[in-house]
Write a protein that binds this ligand. Structure first.
Ligand SMILES: Nc1ncnc2c1ncn2[C@@H]1O[C@H](COP(=O)(O)OP(=O)(O)O)[C@@H](O)[C@H]1O
Ligand SMILES: [Mg+2]
Length: 214
């Protein structure tokens, strides 16, 4: 039996990491083979991207930030490596692969600084997810969650203005049908309630099993 590929998307602080992990734990409990993964991936290119986003590696000359086009290319390269080494082999073996972020994150985040059509074009080789769950949370509410979580230690991206732009881009992607097999959920609901909704969607749309215990 072939597996499936499920993606969680949303702005920073929307809860994708929380819900991807809860979904994976539930699938394991249900005896469904599953694998939790994320983007940037844990592979070599993904690790490099994480260092860049944290500001721990500078561009060249060393005082300058990285060219956002170069970062967009790294994300696209990481994605193809992630597909080849994790996503495709696992799905072929019948696993439900859950990725915390995927192509839509590149389209929403990188297009803040880089031409959106170009970002789309460098991601054309990436396979489509079977289901993309988008957690809709307002920029202010999401930022409040992040501030609580991280205090002063913030990602480069995590400012309210950028959060708002990214939220707008996600909405545009949804309106254009550019987010593959998307299901929008209200990310402001309590964690447990949202987890239950996600289980229902995954059970019905991807696993096609309606009798798993929710
Ligand atoms: N539905 C929710 N309601 C309230 N707080 C939440 C919810 N989901 C996640 N959080 C909290 O918000 C913060 C960000 O969650 P996280 O899952 O890391 O978001 P993301 O991965 O989308 O940035 C964490 O402190 C988390 O505990
Ligand atoms: Mg996260």
């Amino acid at each position: 039996m072939s597996g499936s590929f499920v993606v969680l998307e949303g702005i920073d602080g929307s809860g994708t990491t929380t819900q991807a992990s809860l979904l994976n734990s539930w699938l394991v409990e249900q005896g469904v083979p599953s694998r939790l993964t994320r983007e940037p991936s844990d592979g070599p290119i993904g690790s490099l991207i994480r260092l860049i986003l944290k500001g721990r590696i500078a561009g060249s000359p060393s005082s300058q930030p990285f060219d956002p086009r170069a970062v967009a290319l790294l994300f696209a390269a990481d994605r193809l490596d992630h597909i080849d080494t994790v996503i495709a082999p696992e799905v072929r073996h019948g696993t439900c692969v859950i990725s915390d972020r995927y192509v839509a994150s590149s389209l929403a985040y990188q297009s803040v600084d880089v031409d959106a059509e170009w970002v789309k074009s460098i991601n054309l080789m990436a396979r489509q997810p079977d289901l993309t769950i988008f957690l809709r949370v307002g920029a202010e509410a999401a930022l409040e969650r992040i501030t609580k979580r991280q205090g002063l230690h913030r990602d480069l991206y995590e400012t309210l203005i950028v959060q708002k732009k990214v939220a707008e881009r996600y909405e545009a992607l949804l309106a254009d049908g550019a987010m593959a097999n998307a299901k929008v959920l209200d990310g402001t609901k309590p964690v447990a309630e949202l987890a239950l909704e996600i289980r229902r969607v995954v059970a019905e749309q991807v696993l096609e099993v309606k009798r798993l215990s929710l």
